[in-house]
Each structure stands twice: as C-alpha cells, then as structure tokens.
Write a protein that binds this ligand. Sequence first.
Ligand code: NA7
Length: 549
Amino acid sequence: MTRDDTGGTAAVDAVVVGAGFSGLYMSHRLRELGLSVQVFEKAPDVGGTWYWNRYPGARCDSESHIYCYSFSEEIRDEWVWSERYPEQPEILEYLRFAADHLDLREQISFETAVESATFDGDAGTWTVETDDGESVTSQFFISAVGCLSEPYIPDFDNRSAFEGEIYHTARWPQDGVDLDGKRVGIIGTGSTGIQLTPEVADRAGHLTVFQRTPNYAVPARNRPLEDDEWAEIKANYDEIWEDARFSWLGMPFEMTHATTAGMSDEEIRDALEDGWQAGGFRFLHTFEDTLFNDDTNEIVSEFLREKIREQVEDPETAEKLVPTAHPYGSKRPPMDYGGYYETFNREHVTLADVAENPITEFTPEGIQTTADHYDLGTVIFATGFDAMTGALLAMDIEGRDGHVLEEEWEGGPRTYLGLGVDGFPNLFTITGPQSPSVLSNMPVSIEQHVDWIADCIEYMQSEGYEYIEPQSAAAERWVSQTNMLANEMLFSEAESWYRGANVPDKPRVFTPFPGGVETYRRECERVVENGYEGFDFAESLGPLGTSAD
Ligand code: NA7
C-alpha cells in the first residue's frame, strides 16, 4: 500500500495513534522497515503523558537513566539527565529531542484525535477517521495511546455552580496556574496528589487536601546527578539495560531479601531502613514476597505506618494519614519528593477526611462535605484516570464481522499478550491490557512491545502474509493466566485503578500482567520461537478466525 493523498481518503501501511514514548518509537521502527506511516496525536506536540501532565511537581517515579530509550546509541550519548528522577519539562524536552533527532514530525498530524477505526472485511483494510474529518485507510492499526491518558473526573453534584477555577492535573494549562495566595483544594491523594501537595502548599494562601484513601508514600530521595555518576552510568549502560529488560519491574535492581521469614526483628528493621534510605522503587525491592505474603506485607506496611506517624506532628492528623485498609503495594506505591507528610504540619494546610465525611456537592464558594463547608477559589482534581482501557475505548474500534471492541470488553479487556485482540486483524496495542505496562518501568516495556510488533511485521513481509490475528483460545488462556497470577498476589485487597475500581460502572478485573517484565518478555520470545504460537497469519482474509485452537 502506498500513500495516496489525491482521492479524499489517503492510504498508508500503518496508522499509529499517539506520539508519546511508544508512538514515536513505533513510527520510527515502521519507517525503517519501509512502511508508510501516519501518526495521529491529539496534542499540539509530541510527548503523550509528558505533554499533558504539567502540574507543579510532575515527575517520573522511574529513575531517569532508565526512563528513556535504549535503542539509539546517539540519543543515549547526546542526552544527559540532570536529576535522579526526571521532571516533566525535562522528559518533554527529551521526547522533543528524540522526535527531531529521528526526524519523525513529518508523519504526525497534531491536534487530531482518532474517533473511529473500522476494519473493512471486503477491502481488508482499516479505515481510520479523525475529529477533523480526515479519513485514512491502512493495513495496520496500532494503538500507542498509553495506559493513563483519559482523565477521570468524578461526577460531583453541582460542579458547574462553583464560581472559582477547576483544573485536572492531566489537563494542566500550558501557561500554568496562578496559585499564589489562593485558597486551593486538592481532591485526591494518589501519586499525583502526593507530588502536587507540597508544591501547592508552598504557593497557596490556604490548602485543603481532600483525602478519601490514605496512601503509603516512600521518599524518592531525588537529587542532582553528578558528572561522575552519569559517566559511570554511561560506561555501563548496556549492562544496566540488559538487567532492566530481564528484571521484575523493568528496573535494574536486585531484590535484597527473599522474605522476612527466618530474620530477626532487628535484621528486618535494618533491611527496611536500608530500603527507606535507598528510596523510590528500591524500597519495594527489600523483600521479594512483599506483594505475595500477608505476613511480610504487614511488616512492611507497619514500618511505613510508623514512618508516617513520625513525620506528622498532630496525632489525630497522623492517624488520618495512616493507611490501614489496604496492604502496601496493592495500590500503585506513590513517591514523596518534598516532605508530603510534613506538609500537614504547616499552619495553612488542612486535611479533610472525605472517607469519614464525603463530599456532598460543590457550592458557588467551594466544597460541601457531610461535616463542613470549605471556602475555595481553586479546586484541583488529582483524581486519576480511566486507566488501561479508557483511551483505547474512547475510539470506536470495530473489527471483522461486526466485532465492536467496547462490546467485546464489556466484562473487561481481553487480549493475547496485551498485543492483539481476536476479531481485530492487524490491530496492535502497545502496552495493552494484560501486558506488564503500568506494573513496570514504561520505556522498557514500550521498547519490548514496539520491537515485538516491528519484528512481527517484518516476519509477515518476509513470509508474504497480509494479516495477523490472535486465536480466541490463546487470548482466553492468557487472560486466565493474568487473573490467576493476580489472585496469587495481594492486589485484590485494594480498590485500585489496576482493577478498574476507581471509575463507577467499570468492570472490576485486574488489568496489567503481574508476572513481571522478565517472565513476560520470555513468554513473548517463546511465542515467536514457536512460530508465533497463538496467532493466525493469512495471505487473504478467509482463514482468519477459523482456527480450531
Ligand atoms: P490515582 O492513583 O487514581 O489517584 C486518584 C485519587 O483521587 C485517589 O486518592 C482517589 O481516592 C481520589 N478520588 C477519586 N475519586 C474521588 C472522589 N469521588 N472523592 C474523593 N477522592 C477521589 O491517580 P493519580 O493521578 O494520582 O495516579 C495515577 C498514576 O499516574 C500513578 O499511579 C502513576 O502510575 C502515574 P481513592 O484512592 O480512590 O479512595
């Protein structure tokens, strides 16, 4: 297929949706294979997550030297990160640099959202329609929309009555928000709310944090990266990346201990203190069974509860901030970059416990709970995302024989390896549901998925195949395996966005693959070695979907 702009509908080999980490690399790989590519991006620039999430304090919880691409030595050699954890403007700058370096902008239509993608069974192609009326047909339709792209805003009564300003962290204005001296309310105490709170407290005249579920924040221990440290990282980059690719979380850290069993209280305490000092996700690597074993988890959770109590002066406030209803790690563990808990020691900061006294409505002057009215000029929703499936299902995707993705996934998403969906030929989903995605350092998982997809397309080219589709039975098995692994872990003990629990009426199913990056990568490699086990290929459409397996 070639691009043909002359007749109303253009034709390309592949449409890629999204120009963040995954869309940029995917379009690069496809172009290298000689394919014509059209990328659609909703934002006016590249960056994805890092274009939109520009709230004060926005930062990545993965360490910067592994929160980047590994595939290009030139990009690796030219870029120098300034801090241990990269801040949003620096990541955005990095992705702009990568897009320019790889000369990718020409194939991207910015400020263009894909509204629908329909597989035409007669033509054997996808027809992709956008919000500006563009229509493109393509052989491959590749979603690079990200897992946390569709903001979730709870439907509070009377929100429109509020006369102040309302923002969502993931739609933060380009020019920033004037918070100086204002009466600000933040709703939400997930990773975002925890990054945001100390920053807003520094500027606001008064800050109220509306907390429904307290969280276990661990210090990130951010600091500048010194030249010699950076030089050492660069000298060992290949090894570091290989460790990350074959690790649990896509991070090159070893587990320090297998379990707490058999250790004395003092040894356990020392191990946890070491993890606490190391900071960030290194803390989660203290005991290998933290997310499997109730006993270990309770020890770790209790250690963190004590740490919270030590940081908060008022015992009543401290108890409100201490999580008791869910085990550590069963929700995404947040990181503390700037004295989150100590922020509640400040005179002008109030904690409103909206589990005890829920928000009843917005008023023209602020927020009413069952107990109090809070006068506010600015309200910030740090209320998260319709995660994992929100952005994908925001597009109307219709596969062969009338398969509609939203209907197929009514009971929860169903993929094979998080890469493809039966009934949807030549659709690929980068970091899709049932792949490690949000349970990993994203760029490592993104590169693995993009490489797998590009290699698969290259294989199709060499074999003369036009179509690929997962077998239903393979998808069924994969979803069961994902669920089985999740059930062996402590994830079911929290109402988390991993399980769709944050969005009303969303199916409650555990969505990411929890078996770890290494296990997953080896499974994807095994599938390829076995001749793409679980996938059907075809030169024409007839045989697809007829596999007995
Ligand atoms: P999260 O982790 O989904 O956090 C959202 C927060 O908003 C969380 O504290 C929620 O409380 C709270 N929330 C949601 N709805 C309400 C209502 N109706 N009332 C009060 N509070 C509410 O989103 P984040 O943006 O922080 O993080 C998402 C991921 O982005 C993060 O994990 C990283 O991977 C990057 P709840 O816990 O549901 O009681």
